[in-house]
Design a protein around this ligand. Structure first.
Ligand code: C2E
Ligand code: MG
Ligand code: MG
Ligand code: MG
Length: 288
């Protein structure tokens, strides 16, 4: 979790895997009202190209600010939303806020993109395609500025159905990304069959990346595979300059992580972009 996602209730939530847990039941009831009470918002975390250092977009990360529980992390309430049938309205809310943000940035002269996470249930939602199309029109955002992230495991839950839906989304012109790549159990051949344009290397391989280590072998293999398949490769969880530079020498395309910037409220993003400048830009010199 990032600093904003952490909270005093974290230890309680981490052991809260039992659906009979009263805390979980409370969350279901609370989540129902959260959308109406406007407690759901979107934070954005910047992404930059490794070659130029240019910020090219952001990932939208949902936040739930509960009046008493504080910030409830998405890893905790997304599964609750999935099981209680609230994921549809939640996804719509996140897409709406994300496309509003990217429309505002573009109007201000920043040709950025936005990445939005889709859950397993959303990949089974026949209304999703029409919903995405409606929201793109509503905010007058080109489909190519929207990337939808899916995980290998959410695709594998029902490969035929998910693949059909991804093709429909792709037909709209939306970009598709495989999130947390390397942690699932899918066959590599799915990467070839799915209509995706991007892979995101899971941060568990990235955060403590060291030259010559096992993570480096995995990261290098994913970057090479992505390159051969014509996919853009994004590394998430880049926390320091050493990892940034190592990824640069490995030929990774795009980075995301605390070293560039943490997830922040949408209202802060334009200011962050303006003050970032060359002085705060992570160094890009190659390591020998
Ligand atoms: P994810 O899509 O893999 O998102 C990346 C997570 O890594 C985010 O956690 C982000 O804050 C965190 N992170 C980013 N940079 C760093 C770093 O340098 N170091 C470390 N240690 N962590 C970093 P977050 O915001 O708590 O989100 C967790 C997961 O919740 C996401 O993983 C995604 O699977 C899910 N999620 C978030 N927003 C949404 C949403 O709107 N819809 C759906 N369906 N799922 C979402
Ligand atoms: Mg993601
Ligand atoms: Mg990820
Ligand atoms: Mg993740």
């Amino acid at each position: 979790y990032d600093a904003k996602g952490g909270g005093k209730g974290l230890r309680v939530y981490e052991s809260d895997l039992d659906s009979k847990n009263p805390r979980r039941l409370t969350l279901v009831a609370e989540l129902r009202g959260a959308l109406a009470r406007d407690e759901i918002s979107v934070h954005v975390q910047p992404q930059a190209r490794l070659d130029s250092g240019a910020v090219v977009g952001a990932e939208a990360l949902v936040r739930w600010h509960h009046p008493e529980l504080g910030v409830v992390p998405p890893d905790e309430f997304i599964p609750v939303a999935e099981r209680s049938g609230l994921i549809g309205p939640l996804t719509t809310r996140v897409l709406d806020a994300s496309l509003a943000a990217v429309a505002a940035w573009r109007a201000a002269g920043h040709p950025l993109g936005i990445s939005v996470n889709l859950s397993t249930r959303s990949l089974h939602d026949a209304d999703l395609v029409e919903e995405v199309s409606r929201l793109l029109r509503r905010h007058d955002v080109p489909a190519s500025a929207l990337t939808l992230e899916v995980t290998e495991s959410s695709v594998m839950a029902d490969p035929a159905r998910a693949t059909a839906l991804l093709h429909q989304l792709r037909d709209l012109g939306v970009r598709l990304s495989v999130d947390d790549f390397g942690t699932g159990y899918s066959s590599l051949s799915y990467l070839k069959r799915l209509p995706v344009q991007e892979v995101k290397i899971d941060r568990s391989f990235v955060t403590s990346l060291q030259a010559g280590g096992e993570d480096a072998a995995i990261v290098r293999a994913i970057i090479d595979l992505g390159g051969h398949l014509g996919l853009e490769v994004v590394a998430e969880g880049v926390e320091d300059a050493a990892v940034w530079e190592l990824l640069s020498t490995m030929g990774c395309d795009v980075v995301q992580g605390w070293h560039l910037g943490r997830a922040m409220p949408v209202a802060e993003f334009a200011g962050w972009l303006a003050t970032r400048g060359t002085a705060t830009r992570p160094t890009l010199h190659a390591v020998s």
